[in-house]
Ligand binder design. Structure first.
Ligand SMILES: [Mn+2]
Length: 359
């Protein structure tokens, strides 16, 4: 269903503010009144905002007088707000800012609020060529880091002496961060997931002090942030020849994932896109071991619209970027997840991830 924005609205979601204005400070609020855009911030961010905002956006130091002046000038009566993003206390402050009292001979204006949550997010689904370039670059950094991490793990295993200790999950997660910053990421798009052996059966394992052992199956799910844009990838590393069963599971997940990637095109629903991988896993009897959604939109946020899930019945849009990440998790044994980023196209979607999936 297409949703529309009223002519006046307030943007409080940080990624939406960045999307519409290019402002990235932690304290800002965007007020749009009849197509005129005002970025309100405080003293600390004024200079930075002036330097970074898109053309045509007025940067204003927030106070009640100038806020109300703008609303009065345009005779604003309905203002859109992002309910999903507002705390009660922040909403109270906004209400106060917008409460225009009867003063002198001026008539008071009663303002109504309307929920616009999701509308800007829905516009963000379709990526511009520039955004596609930045997301791809973010993934290139991610890949550079991953290859070095993989080599580091393999080198540790092959050159291990009796005395030497192999790295812990935390140590590898830290190395991912370090290399990421070194190669130009401004931050991680989420805390790196590094899991050894049994921990791979926990979809979002929190790295701990467990040490790597030769023969472990390793899961690495990692992503970088570059100029505000996220990347996301999951790979499995086998530190010895996998068992027949491990290989079987790995190949099933891979087959399911590639079926998804090859058949996802714009116009199919998120539900259908999810089913492309899920049905193959279910057919082999592992539906109970695949308890998360099949993927998600990615951009300024690590998880954004659309969603590859049973309940997501909206259609995928051309030039959206999504992840495809099926998995099988066998508690107490091991798990496998494989994740790539896909640029959705009309005829054949494009895999933005270049790291090999061969064992
Ligand atoms: Mn993901």
């Amino acid at each position: 269903m297409e949703k529309f924005l009223p002519s006046s609205f307030i943007v409080t979601d940080k990624s939406n503010i960045k999307y519409l204005s290019n402002f990235t400070g932690s304290h800002g609020i965007l007020l749009i009144v009849s197509q005129k855009k005002y970025l309100f911030t405080d003293f600390r961010y004024i200079e930075r905002a002036k330097k970074s905002v898109k053309k045509g956006i007025h940067v204003v130091e927030l106070n009640k007088e100038n806020w109300q002046e703008i609303l009065k000038k345009e005779n604003t009566k309905i203002i859109g707000i992002e309910e999903d993003n507002l705390t009660i206390s922040r909403f109270k402050k906004i209400k106060k800012l917008c409460k225009i009292t009867r003063r002198q001979s001026r008539p008071g204006i009663k303002i109504k609020f309307q929920n616009i949550s999701g509308v800007i997010e829905s516009k963000r689904e379709i990526k511009s060529p520039e955004e596609i370039k930045l997301i791809t670059k973010s993934q290139r950094i991610n890949e550079k880091v991953f290859l070095l991490i993989k080599k580091f793990i393999q080198d540790c295993i092959s050159s291990q002496t009796q005395k030497q200790k192999l790295p812990t999950e935390i140590e590898i997660a830290w190395k991912i961060r370090e290399l990421g910053y070194q190669f130009g990421a401004e931050e991680m798009s989420f805390d790196p997931i590094v899991a050894f052996e049994k921990h791979t059966a926990i979809p979002h394992h929190n790295p701990d002090k467990t040490r790597l052992k030769k023969g472990d199956i390793v899961m690495i799910d990692m992503g970088m942030k570059y100029k505000g844009f996220c990347s996301d990838m999951t790979r499995m590393i086998f530190t010895a020849t996998p068992t027949k069963f491990q290989k079987e599971i790995y190949e099933l997940v891979l087959k399911a994932q590639e079926n998804g990637i090859n058949k996802i095109v714009s116009g199919i629903t998120g539900k259908k896109a999810d089913a492309l991988s899920r049905n193959m896993i279910a057919k082999e009897g592992y539906s109970e071991n695949y308890g998360h959604s099949g993927g998600h939109g990615i951009g300024l946020d690590i998880h954004e619209q659309p969603s590859l899930a049973e309940k997501y019945t909206e259609k995928l849009k051309e030039n959206s970027i999504i992840t495809v990440e099926p998995g099988i998790y066998l508690t107490g044994k091991f798990g496998v997840r494989i994740e790539d980023m896909i640029l959705v196209k009309k005829d054949k979607s494009i895999n933005l991830t270049k790291i090999s999936k061969k064992i």
